[in-house]
Design a protein around this ligand. Structure first.
Ligand SMILES: [Zn+2]
Length: 581
């Protein structure tokens, strides 16, 4: 093939691809874009491309979409598959300095003092995704070195593992900091010996007054052997809780006083505050910056992806890295993420569950992964949303509706449709002269999934139904209404205790001609008593159609004209959790 013919073939491939995705009409610009992405060398002749592309696009646009698809599948079947897979694969901006490292290693490091919630999704998903992008590794590290104020709870270690697995974020290695206390001791002893850290026994208020002025406390300049002796006194219990801390030396004139001589270890009376995993085995505990900073180096973390509230921690930890002669990992500090209307404070979540305000960690009012899972929010929706938000540094505000939009795209093709009648009232229709069999597809776009079948058998020409009392407002005397997928009726009497109507006609076209509103309905017999737990924890009662009896716990479905729900407890009565409209 000549070079020109080859180029024309390539243009044709992209023109066809573009056309089948845009109702059979390809456009010039995106075709050129794709072309240059595959063949960057064409940039040299970029000015000569448009006439060629215009010609091919015109030819392609003359074909019907069926012909276009057929040609594409015959000549470039792989392109079709790639194209289908592509819109899902969101590309994150590249990581810095990957060439400096043999392998990219990221981590997610939660404190198991609470269950995970939507606010942590970004750290998890971005860290995991970057490791995947560069064929690296992703670690899970439990940061559980505060048995007093941020006390870890055993059940949360497993809950966190469960959430990560549910989110599709498998981890390649797992570490628990409370297993690593001897390592932390070993490294702080090095700093004490080299004069880079000291043990401060000053009253905290006195210390603060001095440090704000950039002045050292009397402990700072004591020689290393005295520091090591004091360290022994921390370990053996001579110093009581609150009486001594280890501080890492920094510049005393650092512009941020909070960075100056930051605390690395403290004493916790584990007889009173036992650690859930190690009991009272240790009484000297590393603080966040020491344990986290040290582990990032020892575990070979190359890229840390975290919120910008950690910027000051990086400044603190850099002193330690300097003393040990290590290079600080690459960092990405993303902006704050606010979810309107969601409680994302760990302490509020815990307090609410402990006080019984929430029924549990999966209470529908919470944004914990456990609660989202129960409501039918899919991990794919959370992933997609977090990848779209990415690691940008500006603050981002999202709403529940944003998450619902992502979830709807995932549930819409998978969730089958069923009738549910909320707060039901009876409807009787007179003059129904024959039996009706209504077959309604489980999903309008996927007919192959089959139908739900309703048999309407009038008794003395009278058919009875249940309809939702919410529809009462549209039911005025004399008005024609269409019972979805069944027939049209004329309302005769509409009251809260029931509605009476007469048969009008069968054809949908008739309903359309008359502008008749559509309402859904259920036959009076064989309905399933149903409770819908709403996002505000209120319960909506009603009936679902007979075929809902067969649904399994965990299935997500759509109740037509009501919303997407997840089966929480199959059977009868049926309990479902509401996801969103
Ligand atoms: Zn001191």
């Amino acid at each position: 093939m000549t070079e020109i013919a080859e180029l024309e073939q390539l243009i044709r491939k992209y023109a066809l691809l573009n056309a089948v995705h845009h109702d059979g009409k390809a456009e010039i610009e995106p075709v050129i874009g794709k072309l240059l992405a595959e063949r960057p060398d064409l940039r040299q002749i970029v000015k000569e491309l448009p006439p060629c592309v215009i010609k091919v696009v015109k030819e392609v646009n003359k074909l019907s979409i069926v012909e276009q698809t057929r040609e594409l599948e015959r000549n470039w079947p792989e392109a079709r598959i790639e194209e289908k897979a592509k819109p899902e694969a969101k590309i994150l901006p590249p990581l810095r300095n990957i060439e400096k490292y043999e392998k990219v290693i990221t981590r997610f490091s939660p404190n198991p003092d609470c269950i995970l919630h939507l606010g942590t999704a970004r750290a998890i998903i971005l860290s995991r995704e970057y490791a995947r992008m560069y064929k690296g590794e992703f670690y899970l590290r439990f940061e559980d070195t505060d048995p007093k104020t941020k006390k870890p709870v055993l059940e949360f270690y497993d809950a966190i593992r469960e959430d990560l697995a549910w989110l599709g974020c498998r981890w390649d290695a797992e570490f628990i900091q409370s297993d690593r206390i001897p390592t932390y001791y070993e490294y702080i002893e090095k700093l004490l010996r080299n004069g880079h850290a000291y043990i401060c026994t000053c009253n905290p208020i006195k210390f603060r007054t001095l440090i704000i002025k950039g002045k050292p406390c009397p402990c700072r300049d004591m020689p290393p052997q005295d520091q090591l002796a004091r360290w022994e006194k921390m370990l053996d219990g001579t110093f009581r809780e609150g009486k001594a801390v280890v501080r890492v030396k920094t510049d005393l004139d650092h512009p941020n006083p909070a960075v100056r001589d930051w605390p690395a270890f403290r004493i916790i009376d584990t007889k009173r505050y036992p650690h859930p995993r190690t009991g009272d085995k240790y009484r000297v505990w590393p603080l966040y910056n020491f344990a986290c900073g040290l582990d990032d180096h020892l575990m070979g973390i190359t890229h840390i992806i975290r919120g910008k509230e950690h910027l000051t921690n990086e400044e603190r930890q850099r002193y330690m890295y300097k003393y040990f002669g290590w290079n600080y990992p690459e960092t990405i500090h993303y902006g704050r993420l606010k979810v309107i209307g969601a409680v994302l404070s760990k302490s509020k979540i815990r307090a609410g569950v402990e006080d019984g305000v929430f029924s549990g960690y999966d209470d529908p009012r919470l944004a914990t992964f456990k609660a989202l899972r129960r409501r039918g929010i899919t991990p794919e929706a959370i992933q997609k949303m977090m990848l779209d938000i990415g690691p940008k540094t500006v603050d981002v505000v999202i709403s529940w509706e944003n998450l619902y939009a992502y979830n709807r795209k995932i549930l819409d093709p998978t969730a089958n449709r069923y009738f549910f009648v909320e707060s039901p009232i009876p409807l009787t229709v007179a003059q129904v002269s024959k039996a009706y069999k209504s077959e309604i597809p489980l999903h309008p776009s996927y007919r192959e999934r089959g139908n739900r079948v309703f048999n309407i058998k009038p008794v003395k020409k009278m058919a009875s139904f249940l309809i939702s009392s919410n529809d009462l407002k549209t039911l005025k005397r004399g008005k024609v209404i269409r019972l979805m997928e069944l027939f049209n009726i004329t309302v005769q009497k509409a009251a809260k205790r029931g509605v009476e109507a007469v048969f009008h006609s069968e054809a949908y076209s008739e309903a359309r001609r008359l502008g008749a509103p559509l309402i859904h309905w259920l036959p009076t017999r064989n309905c399933v008593e149903t409770r819908v737990v709403m996002p505000d924890a209120s319960v909506v009662k009603g009936y679902a159609e007979d075929s809902c009896r067969k649904l399994k716990t965990g299935t997500c479905i759509q109740f037509e004209r009501f919303g997407f729900v997840r089966i929480d407890q199959a059977g009868e009565p049926l309990t479902v959790y509401y996801a969103h409209p």
